[in-house]
Design a protein around this ligand. Structure first.
Ligand code: HEC
Length: 133
């Protein structure tokens, strides 16, 4: 019995550590997504061809985000992440073809996911930093 209890504790501690690592991956992704996304918005307005590379970077950044919400079994978070990745992928193609108006419309759809997910899954900690809800 004692052995089982110890094993249980080790498992529980392991999963807490695991959750913390996941959260760090999500936070790392968000800290990158923030500036790259606002830069992309400006580049689309300025018809700057380097926008395609930013859009591709954002697609990649949403991969750990999707994984995080999948591991938490939060379906809405998974859907927001998938939509964001799909729209950024489209934006990458459109900007490469010089279709700036369509890219701008897609950008609005992509950024609607930011607020959507933040409203349900993000909260401000006492020290002013962001954390997962
Ligand atoms: C599927 C959910 C989800 C989506 C979609 C999402 N975010 Fe987040 N975001 C979070 C969560 C949860 C946090 C709080 C944890 C954290 O700070 O990393 C966060 C935090 C942030 C932060 C603060 C990072 C920090 O800790 O300093 C920024 C900036 C940010 N998101 C930008 C964006 C932008 C821009 C988009 C849209 C292109 C976006 N996010 C889309 C879930 C999401």
């Amino acid at each position: 019995m004692r052995i089982l209890t110890i094993a249980g504790c080790v498992l529980a501690a392991g999963s807490i550590l695991f959750a913390a690592a996941d959260e760090a991956a999500l936070q790392g992704a968000m800290k990158e997504i923030g500036p790259v996304c606002s830069g992309l918005g400006k580049k689309i307005k300025a018809k700057d061809a380097t926008a395609s590379a930013d859009a591709r970077r954002l697609v990649a950044s949403f991969s750990p985000v999707q994984k995080f919400f999948k591991s938490r079994k939060a379906e809405d978070g998974v859907t927001f992440s998938k939509t964001a990745a799909a729209e950024f992928k489209t934006i990458g193609k459109l900007t490469a073809q010089g279709k700036w108006d369509e890219a701008d419309a897609s950008f609005k759809k992509a950024t609607a996911t930011c607020g959507g997910c933040h409203k349900t899954h993000r909260e401000k900690a006492a020290d002013g930093s962001w954390k997962v809800k």
